[in-house]
Design a protein around this ligand. Sequence first.
Ligand SMILES: [Zn+2]
Length: 277
Amino acid sequence: MKRRVGLICILLTVMLGLDTGAISWIQDIAEIIHLMDDEDTKENLRSQNVSQEQYEAFCEYEKDGNYSRYEYLCGYLFTGEESQKSLEQYLKQVKRYEKENFSCMVAYEKAIWSDLKYFPVPASRGDERTVSFENSWMSERTFGGKRGHEGTDLMASLNQRGHYPVISISDGVVEKIGWLSQGGYRIGVRAPNGAYFYYAHLYDYADGMEEGVEVKAGELLGFMGDSGYGEEGTVGKFDVHLHVGIYLNDENGEEFSINPYWIMKYLEDKRLTSQYE
Ligand SMILES: [Zn+2]
């Protein structure tokens, strides 16, 4: 009798163990599906809050791991986990239960990160002209109606239009060029993996820039200025700076913006040097 009770106890323990295991497994799946459904997912994608060190860690994970750097990066943005092991646990599940949704997110990450080569403003050879920037993602702007700031402003230490060269962050094709009432003289370059890099408030353009022209990363696009906030030719409504925007198209072809701040931080030490005028 004693032995039977013992056996039943063991059996019950095993079953309970299995049950709690199964429950937490179901919870994990539900959490993964919920994560991919959530509005926060898109916000996490758009704010792209990842430090250079963290991004470089994902490049390392990729070398001996089963996943690409962009998959690790997505995993990090959606779960906040940093270690390779926890990320791989998540990735294994998400790729099993939310395959399509997840691969779409990974494609966005690849579009954002894989074509980045240079910081858009080269360092000045022989003098102290610099740029500074902060994370002003979605901070309030009022020209053209109340709206959130969808870019990063690289502010010139010397407030004079036409001095700082602006170069292309990536290879690509000039998709748009010309005046916009908000952006002033702007140029937009479509990179090979699909991201659209938008450079606004220019003073003027480099020779030969027009729609359809192919550019190489590091190629001169124009010069930094303070154009915009009015009819064509308006200048001086704000200090000289380069507004950088990054846009992607979703699966329905709708454009949405990404916060360029962390990408600019990542590119900060990938700066060319140039002889300024
Ligand atoms: Zn701006």
